[in-house]
Ligand binder design. Structure first.
Ligand code: SAH
Ligand code: SF4
Ligand code: F3S
Length: 470
């Protein structure tokens, strides 16, 4: 499968990650040299960061750079960073530490994303070989900032967050040839007490609905069949145009674009999760039957300290809405254990919530104190070993829930978008509409990018296995 992108570079076909079978490093090495040099871009963090990197790569390619797979062979090295937990933030400093005195003359190093925004010019002090520090709220200025770096300026910053702009580019270079990420709302106006995101990504800015729908139609024409709408609080979308499209109306309009077969959206905030979203999923089968609805804790007391703006009961009302749908909708969540002051009773409430909701998947984390967040100053920190213990208890319970859920699916058939060919012969892998990974056997010579029916024959806590149904 080959695809021509807006910038007219036909070689940019396969995805770097899921679809790595299509365009590996060898293919990249074989490319003609970029007129400005080469860039290496490494991304940490969430899907919004992944998609920002696709936009940054597009901007660089359109300026005449060529992408390479290792920092050693690059003239411009960029790290798109994440600051959500301390470990994530440390990664970039360990990467930067690899350069130091050995820094090659003329090579440019830049730090983008949430650590850039959080640390600002301090990065120049900690790593004087860095020339560009730019947070995501300033990416619309990126071409301008790159021009300054190219002109030899060695201290270029983009750190404003008081912006009402979104970062849109006509040159985005998408990694996956079938599933397109699309940011519809940037930043975050919530104020969860543990979270750096409102600080690092700036205030909420929604994209105009007509511009979103235009891009969806273009993506469908390019052959993308699955669209994933992105936002830190995607369902807080507020159309800035006179049309004032509601989020659920936008979902339905995206699904109606000719050629689009699946629409996903992430991440939903429980407070803004309204019944019309469930109605839309019920009405339109192209809307995937999966909702990611982070709860963070099952204890109202902890939720209050986290400033999540809902109680356990209010969250469970949202779950009841989803469970009340005619279609079976899978529900996944995020949970933080070891928030300051979390007691054994609070943890027990979170465990009982797992039992009540029976999530299809849980991303669980140990609380990590972050700079500039209100919870940083909270007393009653939970010791690290205790956080680890709580995490293990939670994960064990969830593993049991998922195992029995997955076992109950044996014998069922799911439509699967095939995204990976395994090294093992006749083995493929893809996602169901309910966002489960399914590994399966098929004798077909080429299935990448296709939708096939897969019958489940086996189950593990983390996924399903099966065979292509006749
Ligand atoms: N906007 C999304 C999530 C953003 S961050 C939402 O509101 O749900 C992804 C997840 O990282 C969060 O849901 C939370 O579970 C986790 N997280 C955020 N800050 C954290 C911190 N300081 N320590 C541990 N986990 C954190
Ligand atoms: Fe962070 Fe809360 Fe905003 Fe999510 S809603 S990004 S957890 S502040
Ligand atoms: Fe990380 Fe920033 Fe995303 S902190 S999770 S990259 S919004």
């Amino acid at each position: 499968m080959s695809k021509t992108f807006d910038i007219g570079l036909e070689w940019l076909t396969g995805g770097a990650r899921e679809a790595s079978a299509l365009a590996g490093p060898a293919a990249l090495r074989a490319l003609p040299g970029g007129s400005r040099g080469t860039f290496f871009l490494e991304t940490f963090g969430c899907q919004m960061n992944d998609h920002d990197s696709e936009k940054v790569a597009g901007v660089l390619l359109s300026r005449g750079y060529r992408q390479v797979e290792s920092p050693e062979s690059a003239s411009l090295i960029l790290y798109n960073t994440c600051s959500i937990r301390e470990k994530a933030a440390q990664k970039v400093f360990s990467r930067l530490g690899e350069f130091g005195a050995e820094q090659k003359a003329g090579r440019i190093i830049g730090v983008l994303g949430c650590v850039a925004q959080q640390e600002g010019e301090d990065i120049f002090r900690r790593a004087p070989w860095v020339s560009l520090v730019c947070g995501s709220a300033s990416y619309s200025k990126l071409p301008e900032l790159l021009a300054q770096v190219e002109a030899g300026n060695r201290r270029v910053t983009g750190l404003d967050t008081d912006t009402d702009e979104t970062f849109e580019t006509p040159v985005t270079r998408r990694d996956n040839p079938w599933r397109a990420y699309l940011t519809i709302i940037e930043g975050c106006d919530k104020a969860c007490s543990y979270c750096v995101v409102p600080y690092t990504r700036g205030p909420e800015r929604s994209r105009a609905s007509d511009s979103i729908l235009r891009e969806v139609r273009q993506l469908a024409e390019l052959g993308y069949s699955e669209v994933q709408l992105l936002g830190q609080t995607v369902n807080s979308y507020a159309d800035p145009t006179a049309r004032k499209m509601k989020f659920s109306e936008l979902l339905l309009a995206v699904a109606e674009a000719p050629g689009i077969r699946r629409v996903r959206f992430t991440t939903s905030h429980p407070r803004d999760f309204s019944p019309d979203i469930v109605d839309a999923i019920d009405r339109q089968p192209k809307l995937c039957n999966h909702v990611h609805l982070p709860v963070q804790s099952g204890s109202t007391r902890v939720l209050r300290a986290m400033q999540r703006t809902y109680s356990r009961e209010e969250y469970l009302e949202k779950i009841a809405l989803i469970r009340g749908a005619k279609r079976t909708i899978s529900i996944t969540t995020d949970i933080i254990v070891g928030f300051p002051g979390e007691t054994e009773e609070d943890l027990a409430e979170t465990l009982s919530l797992l039992e009540t909701v029976k999530y299809d998947g849980v991303f669980s984390f140990k609380y990590s104190p972050r700079p500039h967040t209100p919870s940083l100053a909270m007393r009653d920190a939970i010791p690290e070993e205790e956080k680890s213990r709580r995490l293990a208890v939670l994960q064990k319970k969830q593993r049991e829930i998922q195992t029995s859920k997955h076992l109950s699916m044996v014998g069922e058939t799911f439509e699967t978008l095939v995204s990976t060919k395994s090294r093992r012969e006749n083995q493929w892998s893809g996602h169901t509409s309910c966002h489960r990974v399914i590994n399966f056997a098929s004798q077909e010579p080429m299935l990448l990018g296709q939708y096939v029916q897969v019958r489940v024959t086996g189950a593990t806590p983390n996924g399903l296995s099966g065979e292509q149904a006749p």
